[in-house]
Design a protein around this ligand. Sequence first.
Ligand code: GDP
Ligand code: MG
Length: 310
Amino acid sequence: MEAGMETGTGAIKSGFVALIGRPNVGKSTLMNHLIGQKIAITSRKPQTTRNRIQTIYNSERGQIVFLDTPGIHKAKNKLGEYMVYAAESSLKDVDAVMWLIEPGDYIGAAEQHIAKMLDRCGLPIILVINKIDKVKKEVVQSTMEAYRNITRFEDIVCVSALHSRNLEALIDSLFRVLPYGPRFFSEETITDQPMRQIASEMIREKALRSLGEEIPHGIAVVIDKMRERPDGSITDIEATIICERESHKGIIIGKNGAMLKKIGTEARKEIETMLGGKVNLKLWVKVRKDWRESDILVKNYGYDKKELRE
Ligand code: GDP
Ligand code: MG
């Protein structure tokens, strides 16, 4: 990126920041609270090879484009490989990395794996310790001590995403490491992905989270219908969760449909926040064997209906 100026406003900074961290550490909450409003839709074409949510922070100081990575996992099959690839390759086009963790001084295998990857990438890394509202100061302190030397951090910032605590310090820290340059997106832009894609990714994430280890990566989500009612009162969404085996289908549906209901309720709430309105979400589950092994399906998982349905 070339250094740039905007006439009349002085030098501004703009850059891409990869957001990494385990599921549940608070990545979405942090994005929502940083942006402070519902996600808007733009007309820009989706980048079909990258299935990740871009959230864009704007201020008079410049623009920060956050890339939410699909997670870092040990590859078990092509989809697993793709996810590692997506996480690692997302580090190739960014200016900085924000690594989100929860308080706790235990550093597990996943954290070691992330640290090694970060060592290799040579980018400025900011460690964010989230959920500091949940623990005593000493715990936050010992977390900082434990992580301090695991890789080279440009900064360590302690926040509570949920309570919007210390988020200004985080933004300061990010602007410090970003390069000078003009904005990549217009100032009104908050995300570059179509709503359908975000909705499918939200359903997929809630499903994976509820299912835990039982169906590792083995699902895709297709949005069959997404339409706002003419009076604007509600958006009707119909989606299909696609899995590999009959037995998986049973697990996803759960006893008397309890699991599917839980996934649907959680996803609906998040989609309602995104759209800023009521949502009526209907979910189906279908079996499609071996979909994980096809590269084409993997590239399109989550949103290419034709590929998944043949
Ligand atoms: P993600 O999987 O990393 O996107 O995590 P989410 O943003 O979905 O958050 C997972 C859970 O942690 C949700 O129940 C959030 O309300 C909660 N959470 C996120 N940030 C905080 C925080 O700062 N404090 C507390 N107490 N809870 C938080
Ligand atoms: Mg999330």
